[in-house]
Design a protein around this ligand. Structure first.
Ligand SMILES: Cc1cc2nc3c(=O)[nH]c(=O)nc-3n(C[C@H](O)[C@H](O)[C@H](O)COP(=O)(O)O)c2cc1C
Length: 352
Protein backbone atom coordinates (compact mmCIF):
# COMPACT_ATOMS: atom_id res chain seq x y z
CA UNK A 1 0.00 0.00 0.00
CA UNK A 2 0.98 3.59 -0.58
CA UNK A 3 0.45 6.80 1.41
CA UNK A 4 0.82 10.17 -0.26
CA UNK A 5 0.34 13.68 1.03
CA UNK A 6 0.40 17.04 -0.70
CA UNK A 7 -0.54 20.68 -0.31
CA UNK A 8 -2.10 22.85 -3.01
CA UNK A 9 -3.75 26.23 -3.40
CA UNK A 10 -7.34 26.92 -4.43
CA UNK A 11 -7.32 28.07 -8.05
CA UNK A 12 -10.28 30.34 -7.23
CA UNK A 13 -12.39 30.96 -4.16
CA UNK A 14 -14.40 27.83 -3.34
CA UNK A 15 -17.59 27.96 -1.30
CA UNK A 16 -18.27 25.71 1.66
CA UNK A 17 -20.83 23.87 -0.48
CA UNK A 18 -18.32 23.31 -3.27
CA UNK A 19 -15.83 21.79 -0.83
CA UNK A 20 -18.53 19.64 0.76
CA UNK A 21 -19.60 18.48 -2.66
CA UNK A 22 -15.98 17.61 -3.50
CA UNK A 23 -15.87 15.64 -0.25
CA UNK A 24 -19.06 13.67 -1.03
CA UNK A 25 -17.86 12.69 -4.52
CA UNK A 26 -14.46 11.74 -3.10
CA UNK A 27 -16.05 9.60 -0.36
CA UNK A 28 -18.24 7.74 -2.85
CA UNK A 29 -15.32 7.13 -5.26
CA UNK A 30 -12.81 6.26 -2.54
CA UNK A 31 -15.14 3.74 -0.83
CA UNK A 32 -15.36 1.91 -4.15
CA UNK A 33 -11.59 2.02 -4.63
CA UNK A 34 -10.60 1.15 -1.05
CA UNK A 35 -8.91 4.54 -0.61
CA UNK A 36 -8.90 6.30 2.74
CA UNK A 37 -7.61 9.64 3.99
CA UNK A 38 -8.26 13.19 5.03
CA UNK A 39 -8.65 16.52 3.25
CA UNK A 40 -7.95 19.70 5.22
CA UNK A 41 -8.89 23.11 3.86
CA UNK A 42 -7.62 26.33 5.40
CA UNK A 43 -7.22 29.90 4.03
CA UNK A 44 -7.38 28.81 0.40
CA UNK A 45 -5.02 25.86 0.91
CA UNK A 46 -5.72 22.11 0.65
CA UNK A 47 -3.72 19.50 2.50
CA UNK A 48 -4.65 15.92 1.65
CA UNK A 49 -3.49 12.50 2.78
CA UNK A 50 -4.37 9.55 0.55
CA UNK A 51 -3.73 5.91 1.36
CA UNK A 52 -4.52 2.69 -0.47
CA UNK A 53 -3.42 0.30 -3.19
CA UNK A 54 -0.38 1.70 -5.14
CA UNK A 55 -1.97 1.76 -8.61
CA UNK A 56 -5.27 3.13 -7.37
CA UNK A 57 -3.53 5.96 -5.49
CA UNK A 58 -1.45 6.76 -8.60
CA UNK A 59 -4.55 6.84 -10.80
CA UNK A 60 -6.45 9.06 -8.36
CA UNK A 61 -3.50 11.38 -7.85
CA UNK A 62 -3.13 11.84 -11.64
CA UNK A 63 -6.81 12.89 -11.69
CA UNK A 64 -6.33 15.23 -8.74
CA UNK A 65 -3.27 16.84 -10.40
CA UNK A 66 -5.41 17.70 -13.41
CA UNK A 67 -8.27 19.11 -11.32
CA UNK A 68 -8.63 22.81 -12.12
CA UNK A 69 -10.05 23.70 -8.71
CA UNK A 70 -6.51 23.86 -7.33
CA UNK A 71 -2.94 24.48 -8.45
CA UNK A 72 0.64 24.92 -7.11
CA UNK A 73 0.52 21.31 -5.96
CA UNK A 74 3.47 20.14 -3.92
CA UNK A 75 3.75 16.49 -3.01
CA UNK A 76 5.28 16.51 0.45
CA UNK A 77 5.68 12.79 0.90
CA UNK A 78 5.05 9.57 -0.96
CA UNK A 79 5.55 6.40 1.12
CA UNK A 80 5.56 2.89 -0.34
CA UNK A 81 5.03 -0.45 1.41
CA UNK A 82 3.04 0.99 4.29
CA UNK A 83 1.81 -1.79 6.51
CA UNK A 84 -1.13 -0.01 8.11
CA UNK A 85 -3.56 2.76 7.29
CA UNK A 86 -3.65 5.83 9.54
CA UNK A 87 -7.27 6.60 8.69
CA UNK A 88 -8.94 3.21 8.11
CA UNK A 89 -12.45 4.55 8.87
CA UNK A 90 -12.35 7.69 6.70
CA UNK A 91 -13.01 7.26 2.98
CA UNK A 92 -12.21 10.98 2.85
CA UNK A 93 -12.77 13.07 5.94
CA UNK A 94 -13.11 16.74 4.95
CA UNK A 95 -12.09 19.17 7.67
CA UNK A 96 -12.33 22.93 7.26
CA UNK A 97 -9.93 24.61 9.66
CA UNK A 98 -11.25 28.07 8.77
CA UNK A 99 -14.26 27.53 11.00
CA UNK A 100 -12.18 26.26 13.90
CA UNK A 101 -10.82 28.96 16.20
CA UNK A 102 -9.41 26.58 18.78
CA UNK A 103 -6.01 27.89 19.87
CA UNK A 104 -4.50 24.40 19.44
CA UNK A 105 -5.39 24.50 15.73
CA UNK A 106 -3.72 27.88 15.11
CA UNK A 107 -0.15 26.51 14.75
CA UNK A 108 -1.40 23.97 12.16
CA UNK A 109 -3.00 26.81 10.16
CA UNK A 110 0.25 28.79 10.29
CA UNK A 111 2.24 25.69 9.31
CA UNK A 112 0.06 25.13 6.22
CA UNK A 113 0.26 28.77 5.16
CA UNK A 114 4.04 28.78 5.61
CA UNK A 115 4.40 25.58 3.58
CA UNK A 116 2.33 27.06 0.75
CA UNK A 117 4.43 30.24 0.77
CA UNK A 118 7.67 28.21 0.77
CA UNK A 119 6.36 26.25 -2.21
CA UNK A 120 5.73 29.49 -4.14
CA UNK A 121 9.27 30.72 -3.36
CA UNK A 122 10.94 27.39 -4.20
CA UNK A 123 8.96 27.10 -7.45
CA UNK A 124 10.68 30.31 -8.61
CA UNK A 125 14.11 28.82 -8.08
CA UNK A 126 13.44 25.30 -9.32
CA UNK A 127 13.43 24.17 -12.92
CA UNK A 128 10.11 22.98 -14.33
CA UNK A 129 11.06 19.30 -14.77
CA UNK A 130 12.26 18.94 -11.18
CA UNK A 131 9.14 20.68 -9.89
CA UNK A 132 6.99 18.36 -11.99
CA UNK A 133 8.74 15.29 -10.55
CA UNK A 134 8.13 16.59 -7.01
CA UNK A 135 4.50 17.33 -7.90
CA UNK A 136 4.11 13.69 -9.00
CA UNK A 137 5.58 12.42 -5.75
CA UNK A 138 8.92 11.46 -7.31
CA UNK A 139 11.98 12.45 -5.34
CA UNK A 140 14.19 14.01 -8.06
CA UNK A 141 17.29 12.94 -6.16
CA UNK A 142 16.40 9.31 -6.89
CA UNK A 143 16.42 9.84 -10.69
CA UNK A 144 19.28 7.80 -12.13
CA UNK A 145 21.73 9.31 -14.63
CA UNK A 146 21.28 7.98 -18.16
CA UNK A 147 22.08 8.71 -21.79
CA UNK A 148 19.42 10.37 -23.89
CA UNK A 149 18.98 11.95 -27.29
CA UNK A 150 18.40 15.68 -26.93
CA UNK A 151 18.23 18.88 -28.89
CA UNK A 152 20.11 21.59 -27.04
CA UNK A 153 19.22 25.27 -27.33
CA UNK A 154 21.60 28.06 -26.42
CA UNK A 155 20.65 31.69 -26.64
CA UNK A 156 22.38 34.85 -25.50
CA UNK A 157 22.11 38.60 -25.75
CA UNK A 158 24.03 40.39 -28.49
CA UNK A 159 26.48 43.04 -27.18
CA UNK A 160 25.66 42.18 -23.59
CA UNK A 161 28.96 43.54 -22.28
CA UNK A 162 28.25 46.98 -23.80
CA UNK A 163 24.78 46.83 -22.26
CA UNK A 164 26.11 46.05 -18.77
CA UNK A 165 28.76 48.76 -19.07
CA UNK A 166 26.25 51.46 -19.92
CA UNK A 167 23.07 50.61 -18.03
CA UNK A 168 22.16 50.76 -14.34
CA UNK A 169 22.11 47.43 -12.52
CA UNK A 170 18.32 47.46 -12.21
CA UNK A 171 17.95 48.14 -15.94
CA UNK A 172 20.26 45.22 -16.79
CA UNK A 173 18.26 42.91 -14.51
CA UNK A 174 14.98 44.12 -16.00
CA UNK A 175 16.26 43.49 -19.53
CA UNK A 176 17.55 40.02 -18.66
CA UNK A 177 14.34 39.10 -16.88
CA UNK A 178 12.28 40.11 -19.91
CA UNK A 179 14.51 37.98 -22.13
CA UNK A 180 14.46 34.98 -19.79
CA UNK A 181 10.68 35.19 -19.35
CA UNK A 182 10.13 35.19 -23.12
CA UNK A 183 12.51 32.23 -23.54
CA UNK A 184 11.03 30.19 -20.70
CA UNK A 185 7.48 30.67 -21.98
CA UNK A 186 8.32 29.88 -25.60
CA UNK A 187 10.41 26.83 -24.72
CA UNK A 188 7.96 25.38 -22.18
CA UNK A 189 4.99 25.84 -24.50
CA UNK A 190 6.76 23.66 -27.10
CA UNK A 191 7.63 20.92 -24.60
CA UNK A 192 11.22 21.98 -23.87
CA UNK A 193 12.92 22.45 -20.54
CA UNK A 194 15.05 25.42 -19.50
CA UNK A 195 17.88 23.90 -17.53
CA UNK A 196 19.80 27.02 -16.57
CA UNK A 197 20.58 30.68 -17.03
CA UNK A 198 24.27 31.35 -17.30
CA UNK A 199 24.87 35.09 -17.13
CA UNK A 200 23.01 36.43 -20.16
CA UNK A 201 22.64 32.96 -21.68
CA UNK A 202 19.73 30.49 -21.63
CA UNK A 203 20.39 26.78 -21.93
CA UNK A 204 17.45 24.50 -22.66
CA UNK A 205 16.76 21.08 -24.11
CA UNK A 206 14.07 19.22 -26.03
CA UNK A 207 13.66 15.49 -26.59
CA UNK A 208 15.62 14.38 -29.65
CA UNK A 209 12.49 13.78 -31.75
CA UNK A 210 11.19 17.33 -31.27
CA UNK A 211 13.29 19.23 -33.81
CA UNK A 212 10.20 21.01 -35.15
CA UNK A 213 9.29 22.19 -31.66
CA UNK A 214 12.83 23.34 -30.90
CA UNK A 215 12.95 25.34 -34.13
CA UNK A 216 9.47 26.77 -33.65
CA UNK A 217 10.28 27.76 -30.04
CA UNK A 218 13.39 29.56 -31.33
CA UNK A 219 11.34 31.46 -33.91
CA UNK A 220 8.75 32.26 -31.23
CA UNK A 221 11.52 33.78 -29.07
CA UNK A 222 12.71 35.92 -31.99
CA UNK A 223 9.17 36.95 -32.81
CA UNK A 224 8.33 37.88 -29.18
CA UNK A 225 11.51 39.94 -28.96
CA UNK A 226 10.61 41.73 -32.18
CA UNK A 227 7.26 42.70 -30.63
CA UNK A 228 8.94 43.74 -27.36
CA UNK A 229 11.43 45.97 -29.22
CA UNK A 230 8.82 47.60 -31.40
CA UNK A 231 6.50 48.32 -28.48
CA UNK A 232 9.19 49.64 -26.12
CA UNK A 233 9.44 53.44 -25.63
CA UNK A 234 12.04 55.19 -27.82
CA UNK A 235 14.48 55.64 -24.91
CA UNK A 236 14.16 52.08 -23.58
CA UNK A 237 17.10 49.64 -23.63
CA UNK A 238 14.58 46.98 -24.72
CA UNK A 239 14.77 48.60 -28.16
CA UNK A 240 18.18 46.97 -28.62
CA UNK A 241 17.48 43.57 -27.10
CA UNK A 242 18.67 41.19 -29.82
CA UNK A 243 19.72 37.59 -29.25
CA UNK A 244 21.45 34.78 -31.09
CA UNK A 245 20.14 31.20 -30.91
CA UNK A 246 22.03 27.96 -31.64
CA UNK A 247 20.55 24.44 -31.77
CA UNK A 248 22.42 21.14 -31.83
CA UNK A 249 21.43 17.50 -31.36
CA UNK A 250 23.09 14.42 -29.96
CA UNK A 251 23.39 11.88 -27.19
CA UNK A 252 23.99 13.53 -23.82
CA UNK A 253 24.29 12.39 -20.25
CA UNK A 254 21.17 13.42 -18.34
CA UNK A 255 20.91 13.46 -14.56
CA UNK A 256 21.52 15.16 -11.25
CA UNK A 257 24.86 16.87 -11.40
CA UNK A 258 26.34 18.99 -8.67
CA UNK A 259 27.76 18.96 -5.19
CA UNK A 260 26.38 17.25 -2.10
CA UNK A 261 24.41 20.37 -1.25
CA UNK A 262 23.56 21.95 -4.61
CA UNK A 263 22.42 19.99 -7.62
CA UNK A 264 21.02 20.61 -11.06
CA UNK A 265 19.05 18.19 -13.17
CA UNK A 266 20.80 18.86 -16.44
CA UNK A 267 22.47 17.45 -19.52
CA UNK A 268 26.16 17.36 -20.38
CA UNK A 269 28.03 16.22 -23.47
CA UNK A 270 29.36 17.18 -26.83
CA UNK A 271 25.99 18.35 -28.18
CA UNK A 272 25.92 20.96 -25.41
CA UNK A 273 29.33 22.28 -26.46
CA UNK A 274 28.29 22.34 -30.10
CA UNK A 275 25.11 24.33 -29.32
CA UNK A 276 27.13 26.90 -27.41
CA UNK A 277 29.78 27.10 -30.15
CA UNK A 278 27.39 27.42 -33.05
CA UNK A 279 25.34 29.97 -31.16
CA UNK A 280 28.52 32.07 -31.16
CA UNK A 281 28.61 31.67 -34.96
CA UNK A 282 25.38 33.70 -35.29
CA UNK A 283 27.53 36.87 -35.07
CA UNK A 284 29.80 35.72 -37.87
CA UNK A 285 26.99 34.39 -40.05
CA UNK A 286 24.68 37.39 -39.63
CA UNK A 287 21.78 35.13 -38.67
CA UNK A 288 19.84 35.22 -35.42
CA UNK A 289 19.22 31.47 -35.55
CA UNK A 290 21.49 28.64 -36.65
CA UNK A 291 21.40 24.86 -36.17
CA UNK A 292 23.52 21.81 -36.81
CA UNK A 293 22.99 19.11 -39.42
CA UNK A 294 21.54 16.51 -36.97
CA UNK A 295 18.83 19.06 -36.06
CA UNK A 296 18.11 19.65 -39.75
CA UNK A 297 17.74 15.91 -40.32
CA UNK A 298 15.05 15.72 -37.62
CA UNK A 299 12.92 18.48 -39.15
CA UNK A 300 9.69 17.77 -40.98
CA UNK A 301 9.10 18.80 -44.60
CA UNK A 302 7.38 22.03 -43.65
CA UNK A 303 10.77 23.69 -43.14
CA UNK A 304 13.15 24.71 -45.91
CA UNK A 305 16.56 24.73 -44.22
CA UNK A 306 19.32 26.66 -45.93
CA UNK A 307 22.91 25.51 -45.66
CA UNK A 308 25.20 28.28 -44.50
CA UNK A 309 28.38 26.23 -44.85
CA UNK A 310 30.89 24.18 -42.89
CA UNK A 311 32.47 25.90 -39.95
CA UNK A 312 35.19 25.28 -37.52
CA UNK A 313 33.47 25.82 -34.19
CA UNK A 314 35.81 27.17 -31.54
CA UNK A 315 37.33 24.45 -29.36
CA UNK A 316 36.36 21.59 -31.71
CA UNK A 317 38.39 19.69 -34.20
CA UNK A 318 35.59 18.51 -36.45
CA UNK A 319 33.84 20.76 -38.88
CA UNK A 320 30.21 21.59 -38.08
CA UNK A 321 27.68 21.86 -40.87
CA UNK A 322 25.50 24.86 -40.08
CA UNK A 323 21.97 25.60 -41.29
CA UNK A 324 19.29 28.21 -40.79
CA UNK A 325 15.84 28.92 -42.19
CA UNK A 326 15.10 31.88 -44.42
CA UNK A 327 12.69 33.89 -42.38
CA UNK A 328 12.44 37.60 -41.75
CA UNK A 329 13.07 36.80 -38.06
CA UNK A 330 16.34 34.97 -38.66
CA UNK A 331 18.08 37.57 -40.80
CA UNK A 332 16.12 40.79 -40.67
CA UNK A 333 19.28 42.75 -39.77
CA UNK A 334 21.68 40.98 -42.01
CA UNK A 335 24.76 42.96 -41.00
CA UNK A 336 25.70 42.24 -37.40
CA UNK A 337 28.52 44.76 -37.56
CA UNK A 338 25.96 47.49 -38.27
CA UNK A 339 23.64 46.04 -35.63
CA UNK A 340 26.34 46.28 -32.97
CA UNK A 341 26.96 49.91 -33.97
CA UNK A 342 23.26 50.61 -33.68
CA UNK A 343 23.17 49.04 -30.21
CA UNK A 344 26.16 51.15 -29.14
CA UNK A 345 24.63 54.36 -30.46
CA UNK A 346 21.30 53.67 -28.80
CA UNK A 347 23.05 53.00 -25.49
CA UNK A 348 24.99 56.26 -25.77
CA UNK A 349 21.84 58.16 -26.60
CA UNK A 350 19.78 56.82 -23.72
CA UNK A 351 22.53 57.11 -21.13
CA UNK A 352 23.56 60.70 -21.97
C1 LIG B 1 -8.10 18.96 -3.41
C2 LIG B 1 -8.82 17.86 -4.12
C3 LIG B 1 -8.92 16.59 -3.56
C4 LIG B 1 -9.60 15.57 -4.21
N1 LIG B 1 -9.68 14.34 -3.64
C5 LIG B 1 -10.33 13.34 -4.26
C6 LIG B 1 -10.44 12.07 -3.69
O1 LIG B 1 -9.95 11.79 -2.62
N2 LIG B 1 -11.14 11.11 -4.37
C7 LIG B 1 -11.74 11.36 -5.58
O2 LIG B 1 -12.32 10.46 -6.17
N3 LIG B 1 -11.64 12.57 -6.14
C8 LIG B 1 -10.97 13.58 -5.51
N4 LIG B 1 -10.91 14.82 -6.09
C9 LIG B 1 -11.67 15.07 -7.31
C10 LIG B 1 -11.03 14.53 -8.55
O3 LIG B 1 -10.06 15.44 -9.02
C11 LIG B 1 -12.09 14.30 -9.63
O4 LIG B 1 -12.74 15.51 -9.92
C12 LIG B 1 -13.13 13.28 -9.17
O5 LIG B 1 -12.48 12.10 -8.78
C13 LIG B 1 -14.15 12.93 -10.28
O6 LIG B 1 -13.50 12.31 -11.31
P1 LIG B 1 -14.34 11.53 -12.43
O7 LIG B 1 -15.14 12.62 -13.13
O8 LIG B 1 -13.28 10.94 -13.34
O9 LIG B 1 -15.18 10.54 -11.72
C14 LIG B 1 -10.21 15.83 -5.45
C15 LIG B 1 -10.10 17.10 -6.02
C16 LIG B 1 -9.42 18.11 -5.37
C17 LIG B 1 -9.33 19.47 -6.00
Amino acid sequence: MKRLNYISKFARSLTKEEIENLGSISQANNSREGITGVLLSCSGIFFQILEGDDDRIDRLYEKILRDDRHNQILCLKSELNIAERRFPDWSMKVISLDENNDILIQPIKILLQTLAESQAILANYTQAGVLQAIEHGINPLTLKPHHSDKIILFSDVISFSSITEKLQVTEVVELLNQFFTICTRAIASRGGEVTKFIGDCVMAYFDGDRADDALQASLDILSELEILRSQAPANSPLRILYVGIGLSKGIVLEGNIGSQTKKEYTVIGDAVNVASRIEALTRQLNRFLVFSNPVRMGLSDRWKPVRLGDFHAKGREEIVEVYSVDDILTFQKSDFHKLKQEIKQHLELITL
